[in-house]
Design a binder for this molecule. Structure first.
Ligand code: HEM
Length: 407
């Protein structure tokens, strides 16, 4: 959807919580306090066994077994046992140690942009996707080519947690098959490389730790969680990069702040993530929640975190992009037990890439309107972001020149 924000403003004005007419009649929450409470309250769960049967058929069928086995939809003991495997690999110290490599990945992709080509460049295909994919690939031991190819094929995978059309369902099935084949192959390679045929090895990398956690008897669970980790790792980050670049290009004075003031970059990244979050809606089912009369056990709840990020009661002037705004309590990475374990890594990826891109191409501008990810309402992203990298005078003077030079 190109612009969901006017709709969120209307929902805020209507009181923030209501039973919708969407299929399955979910209760929709949009106020910041309601959303935080629901995400933190143990009376809500993402448990698929409760959740899925309550969804309308066309949505339910989008939930492939792979997604259903993943940590995102785990609950209780299973979630408590597996979640530390991921969070230990993404501690602030581990993420900081990746900064040098992430910077190299960014610089290499920026070097490869055809700076003076006389045609627009799609920054999603040429930058956002390969960058986010290569970084997510580093966590799981995928090389750059494999990570980039897998990300392109798996992009529809994440939309399984989304209202689905027939077309989207077919794309999800294909992406799911790609994910299963890819990570099944990786598990086999890991096992044979270490001389294990029946058991899985143990090590300190995330793929190995995941395989080891589930063991050989729960191979399907290991595959599902490797696929989720890779998809969660690249998809939202690629979307955040695309949305942030488009936002900056529509706000040139703010873009100059990111380009010229390195001290401001962390604050700017927080504001960009508040303003244009790639994950807009989270889903839960109520188990024993009593704080709202319309929410009884079994009620499917849509927690519209993107609307909460623009709640006027929480943030003054919520619809204004202000990169100097002191960081606010945005819900871009969720809250509570399922809070995104990759938040620190995603922030670092944006903080490394955005100022570099703007410094390297100070004349960067939109070549035409971006194409938004469609259909769907939960995951916001840009599929194509055509930009000019250099100003018109330089473009016309260098037609036919192939050599890129930094501006
Ligand atoms: C801007 C980028 C990102 C955004 C906006 C984002 C957003 C989110 C949100 C909102 C959740 C919570 C889902 C829920 O409560 O139902 C989540 C969970 C998760 N994210 Fe992220 N994420 C991003 C990047 C990453 C990265 C880089 C990784 C890993 C490398 C990652 C891995 C995960 C995992 C594994 C979960 C499931 C955690 C659990 O269920 O306990 N994410 N993410």
């Amino acid at each position: 959807m190109p612009d969901p924000y006017p709709g969120y403003r209307t929902l805020h004005a209507l009181g923030g919580a209501f039973r919708s007419r969407l299929p399955g009649k979910p209760v929709v929450l949009t106020h910041h306090t309601q959303c935080v409470t629901a995400l933190r309250d143990r009376g809500f769960a993402p448990d698929p066994a409760m959740f899925r049967p309550r969804l309308p058929g066309y949505w339910r069928d989008g939930f492939r077994p792979t997604i259903l086995r993943s940590v995102l939809l785990m609950h209780g003991t299973a979630h408590r046992a597996y979640r530390p495997v991921i969070s230990q690999a993404l501690t602030p110290r581990r993420v900081e140690a990746m900064q040098g490599t992430i910077t190299q990945v960014a610089d290499r992709l920026l070097d490869d942009l055809p700076a003076y080509a006389d045609q627009p460049v799609d920054l999603i295909a040429a930058l956002a996707m390969p960058y986010a994919a290569r970084v997510a690939g580093l966590l799981l031991g995928l090389d750059a080519d494999m990570a980039t190819r897998a990300a392109g094929l798996m992009r529809p995978f994440v939309t399984a947690i989304e209202f689905t059309t027939a077309d989207q369902r077919r794309a999800i099935e294909t992406a799911d098959d790609v994910a299963c084949t890819l990570f099944s192959g990786i598990l086999d390679k890991m096992a044979s490389a270490r001389g294990h045929t029946s058991g899985l090895p143990h090590g300190d990398d995330l793929a190995i730790d995941t395989a080891s956690h589930f063991g050989p008897h729960r191979r399907e669970d290991a595959i599902a969680n490797l696929a989720l980790l890779f998809a969660a790792g690249f998809d939202s980050t690629a979307s955040a990069i695309g949305l942030s670049i488009a936002t900056l290009l529509n706000n040139p004075a703010q873009a100059r702040l990111v380009r010229d003031d390195p001290q401001l970059v962390p604050t700017a990244v927080e504001e960009l993530l508040r303003f244009e979050p790639p994950v807009q809606i989270l889903h839960r089912v109520a188990t024993n929640y009593s704080a709202h009369p319309q929410i009884t056990p079994g009620t499917v709840t849509m927690i519209v975190t993107a609307a909460a990020n623009r709640d006027p009661q929480q943030h003054p002037t919520p619809d204004r992009l202000d990169l100097t705004r002191p960081p606010v309590r945005a819900l871009t990475f969720g809250a509570g037990l399922h809070f995104c374990p990759g938040a620190g890594l995603a922030r670092l990826e944006l903080a490394v890439l955005l100022p570099r891109l703007l410094r390297r191409f100070p004349a960067l501008r939109l070549a035409s309107a971006p194409t938004f990810r469609a259909p769907g309402i939960g995951f916001r992203g840009i599929e194509h972001l055509p930009v000019w990298l250099s100003p018109p005078c330089v473009r016309s003077a260098t037609v036919g020149t192939t050599q890129a030079q930094p501006s």
